[in-house]
Design a protein around this ligand. Sequence first.
Ligand code: PLP
Length: 391
Amino acid sequence: MYETLAPSFFFTEIGARTEAFRTAHPGQRLLLLGIGDVTRPLAPAVIQAMHRAVDEQSRAETFHGYLLEGGTPFFREAVASYYARRNIKLRPDEIFVSSGAADDLGSIGNLFTSENRVLVIEPAYPAYVDTNQMVGRPIFSLPGTQENGFLPLPESDSDADIVYLCSPNNPTGAAYTKPQLKRWVDWANERQAVIIFDAAYEAYIQDEGIPHSIYEIEGANNCAIEISSLSKTAGFTGTRTGYTVVPADLIREGVSLRDMWERDRTTRTNGVSYILQCGAAAALSPEGILQNQENIRIYKENGRILSKTLKECGLWFTGGRNAPYLWLRCPEGMDGWMLFDLLLSRAGIVGTPGEGFGKCGAGYFRLSCFGSREDTEEAAEKLLELFRKRI
Ligand code: PLP
């Protein structure tokens, strides 16, 4: 089925255009607002915990060999306590450690058949489509649009066995409210569908009424798997640890998906290193959470600066508040690639054309809040200059 996949030229093309500009304009500083990668270092609590763990591995008395595939008890307890802050009760054995959300998005399909129908909300994080296309599952899409605020709800004729929801969303930065997520949970329970809820950006939520977890919604324990990650929560993009929750109450055709996932994990992985699980547990401790919130606050301030600028430019956008991305409508009928070239050539700004996230992304553009403050402020000034001049 790999032959049906679109070639993954998108980020290569962004890199090639950026490189060509660099070569033609040596010495011009580029303002990098395209990246979906963190730039701040790991929190001190995480570093200390990992140093301690390395020392433990150096002594026979404290050395650890193979660990439980699903996660060490202390890691699972740390995740359970993280959820308990929002009154969500999870059993440690409903929590599974991972090497990041991308790994589990790639593997979660092991729980389903190749006939199961998949519903994806577009624009979408590309893995939702590609991983299913690789095994030939039928894929349907529900369009996110300016009219529905890029937060579509199930329609009377929406039918599927699996639906991917990502809230707060990459790329649009839009986030579902509680009543909106309740509509999805009810829809899934009525049809015995399974929601795969990607919570990679939950730590960026600041507004009341936006759920951090699908399990804040009544009934979600019967229909939802949550895939999450410390990548954006705690700067783990290059360190690699995440977790997946499969509730014991999630039963389909008499089979427990939790039991299936445990069977799958104990077969296909030997888990995540002791050192990383120590670092990850520290990231989820009260001290780690506070330290990470400081990094997140810095990214969110970038979001505030860019939101203010886009408003002043009179451009329509979502995001920037509960997520580290802003998703704007390209002005003057441009498509994303035209805006990409224009921002690069006239302002040295590198963003991401919406076309990389499916058909519904055409004509939109993503700006990231993960850039440096300096780049973000300079980009904001240049955006104002450009759009005030009415390109
Ligand atoms: N899900 C979404 C929506 C993402 O944006 C990303 C990374 O950017 C991932 C999953 C993958 O995250 P990880 O680094 O945990 O593999």
